[in-house]
Design a protein around this ligand. Structure first.
Ligand SMILES: *[C@@H]1O[C@H](CO)[C@@H](O)[C@H](O)[C@H]1NC(C)=O
Ligand SMILES: *[C@@H]1O[C@H](CO)[C@@H](O)[C@H](O)[C@H]1NC(C)=O
Ligand SMILES: *[C@@H]1O[C@H](CO)[C@@H](O)[C@H](O)[C@H]1NC(C)=O
Ligand SMILES: *[C@@H]1O[C@H](CO)[C@@H](O)[C@H](O)[C@H]1NC(C)=O
Ligand SMILES: *[C@@H]1O[C@H](CO)[C@@H](O)[C@H](O)[C@H]1NC(C)=O
Length: 495
């Protein structure tokens, strides 16, 4: 799968490569014409055109040979004999350029390409390991050529772009998707009367975003398992994907396979720790596991419901260690449970190296979160070597929009006008520097939704909770259908 993933994304890069110059395309079409010419019957007009083309090409070739860019031209012709080490050299040039021009996001992008290529080589260790790399070549040519800062900004970054009104949104009905969508998040079932937030699509600036289509998505995910592991915002993304994949329609054929992952309601529990569903036609599994802190939680005394819980900051949740090898796509997230109140309420006691943490500096919430994020990213990254089929993503933090107070001091999010604060993200780097930094140098990819979601303050549950409790405003979770659908579209574009 990594193969087709890599090829897909590589092809996308190729097609969209802004730096593939016009003269290059001209040259390609000339080559094609020449080739065809020998085998087809030429009429006079076509013949003279072809002749002109040959002359032109010769001149072109000659000119190129004299120029410092001769190299790049010949790379086109020798695409099948390129060694990967060339590529790395070229890329490092490119990334150093990129770092000089605008920060580290592009460094990340080019690194992403490198790691994908490494995956390819590992996957295709047969006799023609290089066969899937040609699509990367345009990148090489650019980096070898004249890289201008204006062309640098055209690297595909899904986090950068704009929201556009689209009559094809939402992708499912919020009144129909009752099988997968929690009542508390189905704003169509509340007192809310404006639903204009449903009618927008995220359009990245320089990336192809194929229109979501549920059956082609499921076909692509044949025999695959997509796992969301994280807090309630991860659960929202899971429910969104279930609604997208079923079109929000009742789908009795979809099987509940939670038991295969130990996801069954424990005695006395309100709900299981997660859910897993399988689409039998394509054998596609979509699951969610609740792990708000992405650390391993072990009760001191499992027979005592009120005993403290060891929160092992340097140990992945047992669920992940146990089932990771079954996953093809993993989407992690954490964030909103990292506050003192929630730790105390849950009786979570920080542990490091199997012992209660004594380091006060580390115990500070921000540091503990950063430490945990780095630990889990390092662990997943180390697992990717033995699970080369796995695509791992870390979703950046979902923004809150409490105005005039916080969640517990009367904060609200009453705006209902979409995009009143702007519709565009222009920055290159992530608005979540903790996650961005933790992923740097690893093969875990960023699913960067922070800045684009910041523009959507009107898309929260707001005061329209299902029970409509006065004074309670949810400016953290999102209405569904809504903003998390766009997160999934961005995810799907990358897998
Ligand atoms: C790449 O960088 C190296 C050292 O920084 C330099 O010598 C080389 O000419 C560069 N190559 C290209 C194609 O710019
Ligand atoms: C590279 O591009 C810059 C700006 O577009 C231009 O001024 C410069 O002459 C170019 N260099 C070469 C070697 O073509
Ligand atoms: C479904 O996919 C899994 C891999 O995710 C595979 O192990 C299993 O054999 C498949 N089942 C069927 C019936 O094809
Ligand atoms: C359960 O744990 C709590 C907190 O540690 C303790 O106060 C209580 O006595 C324990 N109950 C039992 C039955 O052991
Ligand atoms: C986060 O943790 C990493 C690794 O432990 C460390 O290098 C980095 O400086 C930390 N960042 C912050 C903001 O504390």
């Amino acid at each position: 799968m990594v193969d087709s993933f890599a090829i897909l994304s590589a092809t996308r890069k190729f097609e969209e490569d802004p730096q593939r110059s016009d003269s290059e395309s001209v040259f390609c079409s000339i080559l094609a014409q020449m080739k065809g010419g020998y085998y087809s019957i030429l009429r006079g007009r076509a013949l003279s055109l072809t002749l002109a083309a040959i002359v032109f090409t010769t001149l072109l070739l000659w000119a190129w040979e004299k120029s410092p860019f001769a190299n790049t031209l010949f790379l086109t012709q020798e695409r099948f004999s390129i060694s990967s080490s060339d590529y790395h050299v070229e890329t490092s040039n490119k990334s150093s350029n990129a770092m000089r021009t605008n920060g580290n996001i592009e460094e990340k992008e080019s690194r992403l390409v490198i790691t994908e290529e490494i995956n390819n080589v590992v996957e295709n260790s047969g006799p023609v390991p290089i066969i899937s790399t040609p699509a990367f070549l345009p990148e090489m040519q650019n980096s070898g050529g004249n890289v201008t800062s204006s062309s640098k900004t055209k690297v595909c970054n899904y986090a950068k772009g704009r929201w556009v009104a689209d009559s094809r949104r939402p992708l499912y009905s919020g009144s129909e998707c009752k099988m997968w969508l929690s009542q508390m998040w189905a704003c169509r079932l509340t007192q809310r009367t404006d639903f204009s937030y449903e009618g927008y699509r995220w359009q990245p600036e320089n990336c192809k975003m194929p229109e979501f289509e549920k059956s082609s998505f499921l076909r692509r995910m044949k025999d695959k398992t997509i796992a969301f592991v994280g807090d309630s915002l991860g659960r929202q993304q899971f429910q969104s994907l279930m609604c997208m994949a079923t079109g929000g329609k009742d789908s009795p054929e979809v099987q509940n396979v939670g038991w295969q992952y130990g996801l069954v309601k424990a005695r006395g529990a309100i709900r299981p720790d997660g859910w897993a569903y399988r689409f039998p036609k394509t054998n596609t599994t979509i699951l969610y596991y609740w792990s708000a802190s992405l650390s391993d939680l072990v009760p001191y005394d499992s027979s005592n419901k009120t005993s403290n819980v060891a929160m092992h900051l340097d140990r992945p949740p047992a669920f992940l260690r146990r089932y990771l090898h079954w996953f093809d796509v993993l989407v992690l997230n954490t964030g909103h449970h990292w506050n003192r109140g929630k730790l105390v309420a849950n009786r979570w006691v920080m542990h490091i190296d199997g012992k209660p943490n004594k380091d006060e500096k580390r115990a500070e919430i921000g540091n503990a979160k950063n430490f945990t994020v780095h630990s889990i990213v390092r662990w997943v990254d180390s697992q990717l070597r033995s699970h080369p089929h796995l695509k791992a993503f870390f979703r950046t933090i979902s923004p809150r929009h409490f105005f005039n107070g916080d969640w517990n001091t009367g904060g609200t999010c009453d705006n209902t006008t979409p995009l009143s604060g702007g519709s565009e993200v222009v920055q290159d780097g992530s608005r979540d520097p903790v996650i961005e930094a933790a992923l740097r140098g690893t093969k875990v990819k960023i699913l960067d939704i922070t800045a684009l979601s910041e523009l959507r303050d009107e898309g929260h549950i707001s005061r329209y909770s299902f029970r409509g409790t006065p004074g309670v405003n949810d400016c953290l979770h999102w209405c569904l259908p809504g903003i998390p659908d766009a997160w999934n579209e961005i995810l799907i574009a990358q897998i």
